[in-house]
Design a binder for this molecule. Structure first.
Ligand SMILES: Nc1nc2c(ncn2[C@@H]2O[C@H](COP(=O)(O)OP(=O)(O)OP(=O)(O)O)[C@@H](O)[C@H]2O)c(=O)[nH]1
Ligand SMILES: [Mg+2]
Length: 502
């Protein structure tokens, strides 16, 4: 699209142009969303390319909220994935016009009739609504641009009303400070305006405003209906979080746009430098990353075995992987990372509630009334012949199947399960029992009281608290043996040297 509309010159074009981070190009996935403004047949189009992964679904939901329509791209050689469903539900909730697109029709493995039937089944659209394209050869892509112009209603909004702009992304740039990506819903934002974020009450200056084409292009103002960027003088994205509303002193609005959430991490892991001298460097690096990533939370952690480190909270396993790799690459840190775990709500006998992010924070059992763990609602899509194997896997993880339905030929299994049991190797096991065909998506549900215990490990009579884990009583024996088995390889029994534990 960028090539066809002349937004990007042919000589500057390359594949995955918007996935500019090294990590995105290596993994072949979009991690960070990217807005692009282009013109087609004299109409200004403000498009946003979003990640598809569940860890970033809040940003995706805000991006959808910033738009009037959504282009749903389905791989004709794969069909609908569990994450496709989740994103369709988000787009429907945001009341968007959905333009279904079947991509990769150039591939021999493309199965246009089957995947079309799936899309019709999901959206209830007509076959003629589905555009067939190859993003690789360019076949049919212009029709997608035509459909956006034809089918999507242009943004409404009142240019004379008090200014309200939705933040759908924010990040920290080393040279320019905090940069916001916004959609102006009403009013306008001019260069030099004093701005205020309504949820955090933070004040700042709009040092520069403009559009993304896809690189920054400065303008005098950003008006109603437009998507663009604001360079601010803010020092951290914690002052201007995704979902917040920007207004100006010039035309001040009091009412926030709906849908703001303070996203909270729910997957935790301890990060320790291999060499203890690097602790300060690790802490500074995490602090720096968190300026750009307001979802990242951390606190210092100290373990007799691993030394000083930080315990970091994440939005999921991919988010954790990304932060880990960035710390290792961009900050050249050698890290020991503990197994990911989740948080627990501990109801104490005196009626108060304690949230713990690490098993070692669990208070004395005598003070505990009950312990609650987070459960998720998950969806798995598989070819029919794997239904049995998938349900077995869910049950093995202490989960329960809730519903079984069909998207045309393939099965959609809805289930509930404790998050903690999905954090280690669930995804690998799913791929293995479904020969790679299963896709999985989930959302956090509620915290449920269970028979949970802390499993402690003793080496030569001494408890090593960094090894303590929370587990369901029924699984604690097995889990304990697994850890001991692993440790046997690392620590010769007679010769226990704590520093060598990795
Ligand atoms: N053969 C063929 N390959 C394609 C086509 N479109 C994309 N690909 C390839 O499919 C892979 C994924 O493409 P992306 O554009 O990164 O897909 P995406 O939907 O943005 O993926 P996420 O950002 O992870 O959600 C890349 O290796 C592309 O080269 C197509 O029309 N034909
Ligand atoms: Mg992408």
């Amino acid at each position: 699209m960028m090539e066809m509309t002349g937004t990007v010159q042919k000589r500057d074009m390359k594949s995955q142009l918007l996935d500019s981070m090294d990590l995105e190009r290596e993994k072949g996935i979009t991690i960070k969303l990217a807005p692009v403004r282009m013109q087609h047949n004299g109409v200004d189009l403000n498009l946003i390319d979003t990640p598809g992964h569940v860890d970033f679904s809040y940003e995706v939901s805000r991006s959808l909220e910033a738009c009037e329509g959504a282009i749903l791209v389905v791989d004709a050689s794969q069909g609908i994935q569990a994450q496709t469903l989740a994103n369709v539900y988000l787009a429907l909730a945001a009341d968007l016009t959905i333009i279904p697109v079947l991509n990769k029709i150039d591939l021999p493995a493309a199965d246009v009739p089957r995947v079309s039937a799936e899309i019709i089944n999901l959206l209830g659209c007509d076959e003629s609504d589905i555009l067939q394209i190859s993003a690789k050869t360019g076949l049919g892509v212009e029709k997608v641009l035509d459909a956006v112009v034809e089918k999507v209603t242009p943004p409404s909004g009142d240019p004379a009303a008090p200014t309200r702009a939705l933040i759908f992304d924010s990040y920290y740039d080393d040279y320019r400070g905090v940069i916001l990506y916004t959609r102006v819903v009403d009013g306008s934002i001019k260069k030099g305006d004093t701005i205020q974020m309504l949820a955090t009450s933070a004040d700042g200056l709009a040092l520069e405003v403009g559009s993304l084409n896809p690189t920054m292009k400065a303008n005098a103002e950003m008006t109603t209906g437009e998507i663009g960027y604001i360079v601010t003088n803010l020092k951290t994205t914690r002052d201007a979080k995704v979902g917040d509303t920007v207004t100006t002193k010039r035309t001040h609005a009091d009412a926030m746009l709906p849908g703001y959430q303070n996203v909270k991490p729910f997957v935790y892991a301890g990060f320790f430098p291999v060499s203890n001298e690097d602790y300060q460097e690790l802490k500074d690096a995490v602090e720096k990353l968190s300026l750009s990533d307001s979802a990242l939370q951390f606190e210092p952690e100290n373990s007799p075995v691993l030394g000083f480190g930080v315990r970091i909270g994440f939005l999921g396993l991919l988010h954790m992987d990304i932060v880990r790799e960035r710390l290792e690459r961009e900050y050249s840190l050698d890290l020991v990372v503990t197994n990911p775990s989740t948080d627990y709500q501990v109801m104490l006998t005196d009626g108060t509630q304690l949230d713990i992010k690490s098993a070692s924070d669990l208070p004395d059992v005598i003070r505990i009334n009950e312990i609650r763990e987070p459960w998720i609602q998950g969806e798995i899509i598989v070819p029919k012949e794997y239904i049995g194997a998938v349900i077995q896997l869910i049950v093995n993880k202490r989960g329960q199947q809730k519903n079984l339905s069909y998207i045309d030929e393939r099965a959609l299994i809805a289930f509930e399960a404790p998050l903690a049991n999905l954090l280690t190797d669930f995804y690998d096991q799913l791929k293995s029992v479904t020969s790679g065909y299963g896709s999985f998506n989930y959302e956090l549900d509620t915290y449920i009281a269970e028979d949970l215990v802390r499993v402690d490990f003793y080496v030569a009579g001494e408890m090593i608290d960094a090894l303590s884990v929370m587990a369901h009583r029924s699984e604690s024996q097995r889990l304990g043996r697994e850890v001991v088995d692993k440790l046997k390889d690392v620590i010769p029994r007679q010769n226990f040297r704590p520093k060598r534990l990795r």
